[in-house]
Ligand binder design. Structure first.
Ligand code: ASP
Ligand code: CP
Length: 316
């Protein structure tokens, strides 16, 4: 009981900026609550746990899942939202207002802010300016901590464990913030990692060093054939076109990988394929009917995890 209280207290009024804030006890708490949120939604559809609470959603970059799932999470828990998700060009940001002033304004109306921004470190800057909790919904190539939470929750829900798994991450490991957050989070568990990428899109050295410091077994390759037979989780990602300054370089690596039904034939019968989405050709549509294709279940888990996180941050 004390442990649960400690884990619950660890979230109250806290900013969620990086996965480095979490320990396995906190994660267990969030996953337990996310599971309860699933039961709640399946049973009743909604509750009034966050009645009277307001979430400001501020997105300086495009989003479908993160924005919609935070909005749905708040709606399912009886709270309200301020949506600045359909282009900040319609807000006073287009008049030149700073991030700090925008956040200081939104906190006058709301209890928590969710921010997506193209610059690494912007979520921390916003948190420094704010007196209410700020949740990082993706800061440039930095982190996407709530995505990593839902990724890990999905692995646990699908495979029943987070230990002794072989997890292969495929695609743009250089610019993809989801794989940065997920890798850091996985250093808390006993897993072995396989990083599959073109040479120019390898996992950054700083993150490789964290993996090595955590004494996880890790190998890098550019060939899916090296990992497909043994993987328990195949985490596929999009090449992050918007992060390239040289479009010629992007053209060279786009379309480097495509998971097809043929490739899936070589995988274990109990493995899962995840993708943070959107996909732009990395997973063939014919894979969708394979029961191991878990990416839309992963999408749904995003709502449950964000319901749990909002409730925890707001002390409910
Ligand atoms: N939606 C994820 C992100 O915003 C992954 C992606 O866009 O490829 O980081
Ligand atoms: N996974 C994810 O962050 O999706 P969006 O970019 O659509 O929010």
């Amino acid at each position: 009981m004390t442990n649960t209280n400690e884990a619950a207290n660890a979230f109250i009024n806290q900013d969620i900026i990086s996965v480095t804030q979490f320990n396995t006890q906190n994660l267990e708490y969030i996953f337990k609550r996310a599971h309860q949120m699933r039961e709640l939604v399946e049973r009743d559809g909604a509750s009034d746990l966050l009645k009277g609470k307001v979430l400001a959603c501020l997105f300086y970059e495009p989003s479908t899942r993160t924005s919609a799932s935070f909005i749905a999470a708040m709606a399912r828990l009886g709270g309200r939202i301020i949506p600045i998700t359909q282009g900040v060009q319609f807000s006073s940001v287009s008049k030149g207002e700073s991030l700090a002033d925008t956040i200081r304004t939104l906190e006058q109306y709301s209890d928590v802010v969710v921010l997506r921004h193209p610059e690494t470190g912007s979520a921390q800057q916003a948190a420094d300016a704010a007196n209410i909790p700020v949740i990082n919904a993706g800061d440039g190539t930095g982190e996407h901590p709530t995505q990593a939470l839902l990724d890990l929750f999905t692995i646990y829900e699908e495979l029943g464990t987070l230990d002794n798994l072989k997890i292969a991450m495929v695609g743009d490991l250089r610019y993809g913030r989801t794989v940065h957050s997920l890798t850091k989070l996985l250093t808390l568990y006993n897993v072995s990692l396989r990083f599959v990428s073109p040479e120019t899109l390898r996992m950054p050295l700083t993150i490789m060093n964290e993996v090595i410091d955590a004494k996880l077994e890790v190998r890098e390759t550019h060939d899916i054939a090296d990992v497909i037979e043994n993987a328990d989780v195949l985490y596929v990602t999009r090449v992050q076109k918007e992060r390239f300054s040289d479009m010629k370089q992007y053209e060279e690596v786009k379309g480097y990988y495509e998971i097809t039904p043929e490739i899936m034939k070589q995988a274990k019968s109990k493995m899962i394929v995840l993708h943070p989405l959107p996909r732009v050709g990395e997973i063939h549509y014919d894979v969708d009917s394979d029961p191991r294709a878990a990416y839309f279940r992963q999408v749904k888990n995003g709502m449950y995890v964000r319901m749990a996180l909002l409730a925890a941050v707001l002390g409910k």
